[in-house]
Every structure is written in C-alpha cells, then in structure tokens.
Write a protein that binds this ligand. Structure first.
Ligand code: IPE
Ligand code: IPE
Ligand code: MG
Length: 244
C-alpha cells in the first residue's frame, strides 16, 4: 500500500476483552491479559509501516466505576506491561505519551507512566499514546477551565479562543486528530473517546473481540481507509470528477 494512502494517525478502541474471556468460561482479567499481549505486535506493525501516530484507548474515566478487583487487576497489568515494553519502545525510537487524568492512577503506575514518557521524550519515530483514565468530555472541560483561568487573569482575550487555541489545551495537543478510528467487539459507539478530535475521523468497526484482533484485521482497516474519499464538508475534487 502506498505510504500516501496510509493514515497518519490511527486510534483504536480496544474493546471486548471481558466478553472474550467470558465466552471461554474464564475470569475477565484473563481477557485483559490476552488483550495486552496483542498490543506489542500492533505497535511493531504500525512502526514497520511508518505510520506517524498510534493512540490506544486502554482505560476510560467511566472504567473507574467497574468492580474494584477488575480495576486493581488492570492497574497491575498496566504496570507490568509498560515496565516490559518500554525497552522495545526505546530500541525502536518510539515516543510514549499517556493521555488522560493520569493523576488518578495508583502512585506506582503513575511513576512508570511518567518515567516512560520522560525517557522516550527525544524519540522521533512512532508517536505512541495510551489513553488512560481518559474521557473526552473531561478533556474538553479541562481545556475550557484552563482557558477560562487564563482569561480571568487577563492573559487571554476570549475572542482569541479559536479551534487552534482550544486544541492546544487538549491532551492530544502534540499528536493531533486521528485519521482512522478502529473499534473492535462489534460495538458501534465512541464511548467518550476523543470527542473533539474525531470530528472528521474515518470510522471502522470490527466484529472480533480485541484479543482476536490480528495483523490481517489491521491491514483490512487500512485498505478500507485507503479506499475512502475524505471530503471534510467540501465538494469532490475537480480532477477526480473529470476522470470518474
Ligand atoms: C476493553 O474490554 C478493555 C477495557 C475497557 C479496560 P472490556 O473490558 O470493555 O470488555 P467487554 O467489552 O466487557 O467485553
Ligand atoms: C471503551 O470501552 C473503553 C475502552 C476500550 C478502554 P467500554 O467497554 O468501557 O465502553 P462501553 O461501556 O461498551 O461503552
Ligand atoms: Mg467493553
């Protein structure tokens, strides 16, 4: 596939771990473990293709309200996963970011998140982000609050708040909007993910649960993306019309 037809920024709602495990008569956390093990291969493939950014929705602000044992197990898994994967990230020049209200994470998880962000800060390859304790509405409110504070201090003219200024206050300020969003597990909703950033994102839904997501599913999503015409509210480009 020509590089020009690849999305620059891919985001994924990794959904269906719990149901994957339940189908097999296993505890939900077993599905999360299998799900986490799919991520390494996905990062490798994304890196290999030369895609600029990959953003994965790993834990939402709403997910804090799940049973405490599931939340605790997810936090331990995250701690282990990041501790293990960061060597490979460093080897491959991958920059890591966490998007979300990470201050809510347990202290040891927050520490490994911050350390990984710090050590990969100078990496210029794949821009890899995990949305952790992330909620799109929370992110928009936070941006509004930050701008309101600056305006109240007299540092910012409210009339100067445009899309560019607003975007700079979002967790995604440095990575921008996804071109493609993939959601697994057959659900067709965004579940509070990147509400601002998804304005013109192409959506692709996969029936399989996240632990069954393969390189073939990924390639299919990329092919689907390449076949679409993004118009951003404009009319079909003239050149294409003439040759159609
Ligand atoms: C996605 O899988 C991972 C997280 C939300 C942490 P789920 O845990 O939502 O699995 P299902 O959707 O209940 O099957
Ligand atoms: C979205 O999945 C969050 C993540 C994948 C991290 P959920 O399973 O939490 O979303 P709903 O409940 O199906 O909308
Ligand atoms: Mg789910």
């Amino acid at each position: 596939m020509p590089a020009s037809e690849l999305p620059r920024h891919v985001s994924i709602i990794m959904d269906g771990n719990g149901r994957w495990a339940e189908c097999r008569g296993k505890p939900r956390i077993y599905g999360h473990i299998r799900g986490a093990s799919r991520v390494r291969e996905l990062i490798r493939e994304t890196h290999r293709l030369g895609i600029h950014a990959l953003t994965l929705y790993a834990f939402s602000t709403e997910n804090w309200s799940r049973p405490a044992d599931e939340v605790g197990a997810l936090m331990r898994l995250l701690l282990k996963w990041l501790g293990r994967e960061r060597r490979e990230m460093m080897r491959n020049n991958i920059r890591f970011r966490a998007l979300g209200s990470v201050e809510r994470l347990p202290a040891d998880v927050l520490a490994v998140v911050r350390e990984t962000e710090e050590m990969s800060r100078g990496n210029t390859g794949l821009q890899f982000s995990l949305a952790l304790s992330y909620g799109g509405r929370e992110e928009i409110l936070r941006a509004a609050r930050r701008l309101a504070r600056r305006a109240a201090r007299g540092e910012l003219d409210p009339a100067a708040i445009d899309q560019k200024v607003f975007s700079r206050e979002l967790y995604s300020a440095e990575i921008g909007d996804p071109d493609l969003l993939i959601r697994t597990s057959g659900e067709q909703r965004v579940s509070n993910f990147m509400l601002w950033q998804l304005a013109y994102t192409e959506l692709h839904f996969v029936e399989s649960f996240w632990p069954d997501f393969t390189a073939e599913h990924f390639r299919k999503a990329l092919r689907s993306y390449a076949s679409r015409e993004r118009r951003f509210g404009l009319v079909k480009p003239k050149a294409k019309e003439a040759t159609a």
